[in-house]
Design a protein around this ligand. Structure first.
Ligand code: ADP
Ligand code: MG
Length: 275
């Protein structure tokens, strides 16, 4: 049996007992989770929970102090080059060159990766992310959602089986968020494994096959949306039946102290915010 078929049955990402401190700040205190191939997994947590730290460790930008992690069957500590070949990472701040057109940005990345027919690769990705009409325009003229979609498209060049999206919609307006969500859903439909981090409950609810809540250095809950909702007592029947939302579950397991945001605030649902 070949190594690749063997690998197909393993989790795309496996994280076991990962710990990480920045000096005295013990950010990750034993993080465990697995991500199935071709699924969308949301790592949900407040600002400062350690989401980016997890992503940096999995993408080999940072070394864990303890524990083990593998990505696409490769150990992040001992096989970092193999891990990097298997992933792409899109951060909160888009790596798009404003001076170039969308198409030129894509061609540039394809050339840097020494791929054949960069023009065709660019056109295919523009079509996939509904950017064909905008492809000839400078990226500087793009809306936030278009720019983020272009950024995700750029990160897909070379067909990495696993993509990390670190807060893909933070700072976007509602319409742009929906555009990015559609792009992420299409990604998973095409077989790419997606690990995304978010502080938005509705984002996890919309996109993820599984949701893990990172809180005080550990994964305190991990399951499907239905499993998470089942953690709460059955819905009470008053005048209408109210099913628990992910927000109810989140505040039930995390507690409604200041760090996790205000449970009573229904006007917006970031778990925590810089502002
Ligand atoms: N390089 C660093 N040096 C010191 N502290 C850091 C560093 N990177 C992150 N931190 C701290 O670690 C905690 C977790 O950060 P981070 O992983 O970025 O959280 P999140 O992405 O969930 O907002 C925060 O308190 C942050 O201030
Ligand atoms: Mg972060």
């Amino acid at each position: 049996m070949s190594a690749s078929t063997e690998r197909g049955r393993e989790p795309a990402i496996r994280v076991q007992g990962i710990e990480k401190s920045y000096k005295e700040l013990h950010v990750l205190r034993g993080v465990d989770f697995e991500v199935a191939p071709g699924s969308i997994f949301a790592l949900l947590g407040s600002n400062g929970a350690g989401k980016t730290t997890v992503v940096k460790i999995l993408s080999t930008l940072l070394r864990a102090d303890a524990g083990a992690a593998s990505v696409h069957g490769f150990d992040v500590a001992t096989q970092p080059a193999n891990v990097r070949e298997s992933i792409s990472l899109t951060g909160q701040f888009a790596a798009v060159d404003e001076i170039l057109t969308g198409r030129e940005n894509l061609i540039l990345v394809a050339r840097l990766r020494h791929l054949e027919d960069p023009g065709q690769i660019a056109d295919d990705l523009l079509a996939r992310f509904s950017l064909t009409d905008a492809g000839g325009r400078k990226a500087a003229t793009y809306s936030g959602g278009m720019r983020r979609r272009l950024d995700i498209a750029m990160s897909l060049i070379g067909d990495p089986p696993i993509i990390f999206l670190d807060e893909p919609t933070t700072g976007l307006d509602p319409q742009a968020r929906i555009e990015v969500w559609d792009a992420v859903k299409k990604l998973a439909q095409s077989g790419t494994t997606v690990l995304l981090t978010t502080q938005y409950l509705d984002e996890a609810e919309q996109l993820a096959d599984r949701i893990a809540i990172l809180h005080e250095g550990r994964i305190i809950v991990n399951g499907t949306l239905a499993e998470l909702k089942a953690l709460l007592p059955p819905a009470k029947v008053e005048y209408i039946e109210k099913q628990p939302t992910l927000e109810d579950v989140f505040f039930a397991v995390v507690g409604s102290d200041g760090a996790a945001g205000r449970a009573g605030d229904k006007t917006s649902n970031p778990v925590g915010t810089d502002a």
